[in-house]
Design a protein around this ligand. Structure first.
Ligand SMILES: Nc1ncnc2c1ncn2[C@@H]1O[C@H](COP(=O)(O)OP(=O)(O)OP(=O)(O)O)[C@@H](O)[C@H]1O
Length: 308
């Protein structure tokens, strides 16, 4: 279980004055600025949960993952993961955790990913037979046979991310933290990764926390949703049960085929019945109510907090 209690984190950063004069005055007296990245948050994530974490740029998502993994320690409050304090970075704790930062690689550029895997097996002291089995299972599941032996610099982004995932999971961690893992990946690779992560969660009961700006990732992958805005968790709940309030005046976006062409039309709710009656059902592609999707819900929350 992951439990945070009144968790806050502040970065202290130097503010550089411009020009030579600024550099000289900074030399004698440096100005600092405090950034409150997380503010007094108490949340609970149960073991085996698939959790999506979203929030606008600078909301504090990466900081939260860094606190869960012990890379940073809280300024105030506490974090407990699997009954342990991550900041202590005990071997027992680190063996339970796998991390993937979409923008930072743990692979060595000039070496094949298989070398990094062998090194990780040594670091985590994975018994030889177990390592061979797990490695083969992950390589098969992520379809990585063709490129696992190639130097990382020769891999495409999608191939590299698949190798990163194999490395993050080689020691069968109980908790997997993924920070924007699908950044820049094509649709098929994204779907492959969704399928893989679902299987990992179901087979090994792995708790997975994923951050992403693609709401599709969150809808496809997570059962639970956390929304972080400006350092505050403003929503915790089920992904498929967001509090939707349909409005009588909502429009419907209707897509249908007319003379073999796709036509998109906005239809007011009071005219929907008449509109549908005029179209052959086999020509209807989709009818979507505006303002009730995850996207609309998230957009509304972001705007509410931005205008506060
Ligand atoms: N090393 C640092 N030093 C000072 N401030 C930092 C540092 N890292 C992050 N911050 C600040 O902390 C806040 C939260 O940053 P964080 O990277 O956690 O956000 P994020 O939600 O992951 O953003 P994004 O979606 O853009 O990746 C931001 O205001 C950022 O400028």
């Amino acid at each position: 279980m992951i439990k945070t209690k009144q968790l806050s984190f502040e970065y202290e950063s130097f503010v550089k004055e411009p020009g030579l004069k600024g550099s000289i005055s900074d030399f004698f007296k440096r100005k600092t600025k405090t950034i409150q990245a997380l503010k007094n948050n108490s949340i609970t994530i149960n073991d085996g949960d698939m959790v999506g974490l979203i929030g606008p740029n600078g909301a504090g998502k990466t900081t939260f993952i860094k606190l869960l993994t012990g890379i940073l320690s809280p300024t105030h409050g506490s974090v407990i993961v699997d009954n342990q304090i991550p900041t202590y970075r005990a071997n027992k704790y680190l063996k339970q955790v796998g991390i993937l930062f979409g923008q930072k690689s743990q692979l060595t550029w000039d070496l094949p990913a298989i070398d990094t895997l062998n090194m990780l097996a040594y670091i985590y002291k994975i018994p030889h037979d177990k390592y061979i089995n797990r490695k083969q299972t992950l390589i098969n599941m992520l379809d990585a046979q063709e490129f696992i032996n190639q130097p990382v610099r020769k891999l495409s982004l999608g191939q590299r991310v698949r190798c990163e995932l194999i490395c993050a999971l080689i020691h069968e961690p109980k908790y997997l933290f993924l920070d924007e893992p699908t950044l820049g990946l094509d649709l098929l690779t994204q779907q492959h990764i969704y399928k893989f992560l679902r299987a990992e969660n179901q087979q090994n009961h792995t708790t997975i926390l994923i951050t992403s700006h693609y709401l599709k990732d969150i809808e496809m992958l997570s059962d639970k949703l956390l929304i972080l805005v400006d350092g505050n968790f403003v929503y915790q709940g089920q992904t498929n049960n967001i509090p939707i309030q349909p409005n009588q005046l909502d429009n419907f976006t209707c897509k249908y085929l007319k003379n073999n062409q796709t036509v998109t039309e906005k239809v007011p709710s009071n005219q929907l019945k008449t509109f549908i009656n005029q179209i052959d059902s086999e020509n209807i592609i989709s009818i979507k109510r505006e303002g009730v999707s995850l996207e609309a819900f998230v957009q509304k929350l972001y705007l509410e907090y931005k205008n506060k």
